[in-house]
Design a binder for this molecule. Sequence first.
Ligand code: C2E
Ligand code: MG
Ligand code: MG
Length: 583
Amino acid sequence: MKDWLENILKTLAGKLTLAFLGLMSLVMLGMIVMLSFTIGRGPALAWAIGGSTLSAVLATAAFYAFVTRITDPLRDLTEFAQQTNLKRLGVRLDIRSGDELEILARALNRMMQRLDASMKRIQQLAFVDTITELPNRDRFRQETDEAAKSNAANNLVGAVISIDVDKFIRVQETLGQIAGEELLGLVAERLSAAVRASDRIVRLQTCIARPALLARTGISEFAVLIPDIDDPTQAGRFAQLVAAGLRQHFELGGHRIVLGACAGIAIFPQDGETGEEVLRSADLALSHARNGGRNRSVFFTRKMNQRALEKLVLENEIRAGIEQGQFMAYFQPKVDLGTGRIHGCEALVRWNHPTQGMVSPTKFITAAEETGLIAPLGDYIMRDAAKKAAAWLRRGIALRVAVNVSAMQFNDDNFTAKVQNILAETGLPASLFELEITESIAMSNPDRVIRLLEPLRNKGVRIAIDDFGTGHSNLAALTRMPFDVFKIDQSFIRALGKDRNAPTMIETIIAMAGGLNYETVAEGVETQEQAAFLKKRGATLGQGYLFGSPMSADQFEAHARNWAARADGLSPAPAIEGLRRTS
Ligand code: C2E
Ligand code: MG
Ligand code: MG
């Protein structure tokens, strides 16, 4: 109410000033005319000229005042619009015209004030990690960018250390999201303390002027920017101390948690000219540290770039290969060691590369796993294998086909439905389908294995545990899971005759499988001696070059027919001593 009254009074005051000036000029003009008549003609003319001039000046002043009252605020408004257009949100309008323009100016000022505050908040959220309240990856990259450019100009050396907290994901999966976030807070505190002490640790002179910066750069990743170092070994020493600090246990909700850390170090400007490049180099070094085992710190080298490039090329080629149908299932026979019959086969992926010919999975499976391409590739092979086994069945060959399942395929919650769809689409009976899960996948989450595989097993799909003996089986968990087959890892078979413990290990696995009512498949059988030993010890099936290498679907069909025919007495006696081949 008070504002409103004030506005009216100001508006009236502005208008009254103008009216007063105009009125004054008219009154002056009138008085001069009257005076000139009363005083006489001569002086009257002088009075008339002087008076008219004065009136004209007053009228012009009144007109000028009137016009500038409109143009000045308009000029301010234009300036204001230009400034805000340049994202200068701190500008304010100062219009005191006492009319609607002033009201408009005040409203605009209030709007800009709110916009300014919101933008600052958005900026803060965009550059701060909300869990640890540390700068995030974008802010870290910007700061590194500035440091790299300034170091290049001033001939200084700095370092970026990327740190990955080992086992964090596992702790979060076990204790839940909230505990995971709390743990991240504790890790951030410990790292902050180490960074605060970095001047002492790496003895930096310039630290106070350009302090080290800590940021959270990924789910379990942090990074430290040290803008100035005298020598790269300081960064190495600092990385080791930080990692050692993280290996000290954490107390969280009554749990004693032991983590670990790996670190990758990049030195700038030599390992990158921009923030993006330096951070990428540090991350590449970190992935090498991770691959080399726990608790390592590794410096970036140019070679890593070359390898990363090769991986990228491989990734693109795999992607194109999937689209162009260059991948296919090959099949390797599994032979019943008791009857000598081919009992089934394992589908193994092969890549018919346009320039390199047939490529073995050992050359591309790791890249496919790292890039996530193993999921579409594995699904494709599963469908291809089922389709081909169904076609053999239609032609009178009823053989069970086993396919390998990667960890990524198994992480898909739709896995069970996907397998059921493949069987329905291809028309392959569930009893002729087998899934091979490696021991390490099985042991990493037994409950998941039960949840995803039990429904398939109930329909008749058989479940094999692959490469058995190489993982760390928990016997209690093992007996709970829905398995039918142990595939004895080929390293045990290869060790026969070389390692005196090998026979005992194989016998133990076979005895355990027998106790659990599982079948056993011995992998990598290459010699008759191995086959004879395995048969004697009661292994159910053998798979290896002795019985046939992995081959195309057509070759496998011919191989199976030929094998059965020879067993019927149409071909020379079986080459494998102790094995009886029957159709
Ligand atoms: P795996 O499942 O243990 O397959 C057995 C491997 O042993 C195959 O290697 C096979 O060619 C090889 N092998 C068979 N008999 C002998 C033998 O007598 N001596 C020796 N030294 N080796 C023999 P391959 O085909 O190179 O496959 C390697 C691994 O790649 C497989 O090990 C499996 O883990 C993976 N893999 C193959 N195909 C697929 C697939 O379609 N999906 C997924 N996820 N993984 C696959
Ligand atoms: Mg296998
Ligand atoms: Mg295997």
